[in-house]
Design a binder for this molecule. Structure first.
Ligand code: FA5
Length: 364
């Protein structure tokens, strides 16, 4: 028995000393000290030896077990130290990992670019309420009471008692709701916070209407499909002054189209109908692919951009501006739509713009 134990000890120690890794060491521990390990098996045989030899055999077993355990422990420590010291040294000259840089959302980029273009020809960016009265969104824009845009399938209404004069409260479905509000800065400046109260100045403001508004805002409609989102953005231009004509509108459209889409592009206007402009137009731009010749992307060389027209005399009246003295033009288009036309991307589903899909957004 003693012979056998000494042999186990020698084999175990030589294998442990030669071990190259912590995993190998663990295997050796199981091989000798595990439940079915060689030493454990030898200990089980103790039962079979004569009683007078048992004390001596027990002492040797314990001695061998302790020696194997100590050697395992020492080797384990040694291998751990080797592992630490062989780690590659820190190279402080190596370039760091660059943190991912975000950028502005493409709708924000388009808003900024459009603002810069119109600022350069004297338009001033303004903001008007997105939570609006029916009066500014519809009635003052010449919409009859039964117009389908008011139907709550199209417009989001706020559950609030309607005002006797201004009607229901709603989420504005278009930026045209800023038209009469902008005119009131001249016709009723006393209504606008921070405006003059001095009568002489008020009179002068009313006699000197000169509006060049650029209203960019979120708009809301009960629509969600491949080409509509419930929240979207429009930009609205409004010019009201003496002697404003269709030629001024056409010149402004051409300037925008060339600045935003490129020098080689052109705009054209076609007759259309809106409640609040007379005459009204649909604006097209020449196709960027065939430059007006006609191709699969466009309708005979032209792509639809959005609506425009000369401000209806009733709207000027509702805005407190004298239609005998002043005329004006307005246009209002979807930001999402013009940016898609500029990028030349035909999105199968416009909702991807707001799906926060980084693979898509990082391309712009
Ligand atoms: C209007 O909203 C008029 N206020 C435009 C106008 C202003 C005409 C001034 C004349 C003078 P329309 O409903 O067609 O018109 O909307 C204009 C543009 O907004 C559309 O061409 C489209 O680009 C965008 N638009 C409308 N609804 C949505 C929607 N649910 N999702 C995304 N874009 C939309």
């Amino acid at each position: 028995m003693k012979e056998k134990l000494l042999q186990i000890k020698n084999t175990a120690l030589s294998l442990i000393i030669d071990a190259k890794s912590l995993a190998e060491l663990e295997e050796l521990r199981l091989q000798f000290l595990g439940r079915n390990g060689t030493l454990t098996e030898a200990m089980k045989e103790m039962k079979t030896i004569p009683a007078d030899q048992k004390p001596e055999a027990g002492r040797v077993v314990n001695e061998v077990k302790t020696i194997i355990e100590d050697t395992l422990k020492n080797k384990q420590q040694e291998l751990k130290e080797i592992k630490v010291s062989t780690r590659p040294a820190l190279d402080v000259t190596e370039p760091g990992i660059r943190p991912a840089l975000g950028h502005l959302h493409l709708v924000t980029q388009a808003i900024r670019e459009i603002t810069t273009i119109f600022n350069s020809i004297g338009f001033k960016r303004v903001r008007h309420p997105e939570i609006e009265w029916d009066w500014y969104a519809f009635t003052s824009l010449n919409f009859p009471d039964n117009h389908p845009a008011r139907d709550d399938w199209e417009t989001f209404f706020i559950q609030q008692k309607p005002d006797n004069k201004k009607g229901s409260v709603l989420l504005t479905p278009h930026t045209s709701s800023g038209q009469v509000r902008e005119m009131e800065k001249y016709s009723h400046p006393e209504l606008v916070s921070g405006s003059p109260t001095n009568k002489k100045i008020l009179k002068q403001v009313q006699d000197d209407v000169n509006i060049r508004m650029l209203n960019i805002a979120k708009c809301y409609r009960r629509q969600s499909d491949v080409s509509h989102t419930p929240t979207f953005h429009q930009f609205e231009g409004l010019v009201v002054a003496e002697d404003v004509s269709i030629a001024d509108l056409k010149g402004t459209l051409d300037f925008f189209v060339k600045s935003y889409f490129g020098e080689q592009r052109k705009a054209r206007i076609r007759p259309y109908h809106f409640q609040f402009t007379e005459p009204s137009f649909e604006v097209d731009i020449s196709c960027g692919v065939c430059l007006g010749k006609g191709c699969r992307l466009c309708k005979e060389g032209w792509l639809e951009l959005g609506g425009a027209g000369m401000v209806h005399p009733n709207v000027l009246k509702y805005g407190g501006v004298d239609p005998e003295k002043y005329t004006g033009f307005a246009f209002g288009w979807g930001i999402e739509r013009v940016l898609m036309m500029k990028e030349g991307v035909k999105l199968d589903d416009i909702r991807v713009l707001y799906a926060n899909d980084l693979d898509f957004l990082q391309q712009f």
